[in-house]
Design a protein around this ligand. Sequence first.
Ligand SMILES: [Zn+2]
Length: 142
Amino acid sequence: MTIEGVCPVCNTTLPLTDNHDQPSRRNQYGHMQKDYLLRVHGPRGNRCEGSHQKPKPWLEASGLPGWEAMSDADKGRALMHAHKREWEGVKYAVEHYPCRYVDNPLLAALSPEVAGTHAERVVLAVEDGLSDEEFDRLIELA
Ligand SMILES: [Zn+2]
């Protein structure tokens, strides 16, 4: 499987590589591993400055609306699905508890897989800042 990312400099979608001279880090399983970075690209002699840099964050690269632009009902659905992914695993959650957005037409048109990834990313970015009351209020709407 090739992992792809979008270059923040030239906006091209490119395969990522761990073949670069930056140091390895210990991953969550304790193994030494290099970050996946954008491969070298651009014409010889004028390489893109995004070469061997981190790709754009998923949400930014997707161009989809973020948390601030979502309705409360869509936020509740994102929260519900993101927590199902945590508790039941990604595959099971997408199959049995897909994230079905209702208000934003861009979000409502997404496939269950992409909607699920979107939900995970937007929730990850905000959940530490959500009060319990706000969390409960939004989940109620899902
Ligand atoms: Zn580039």
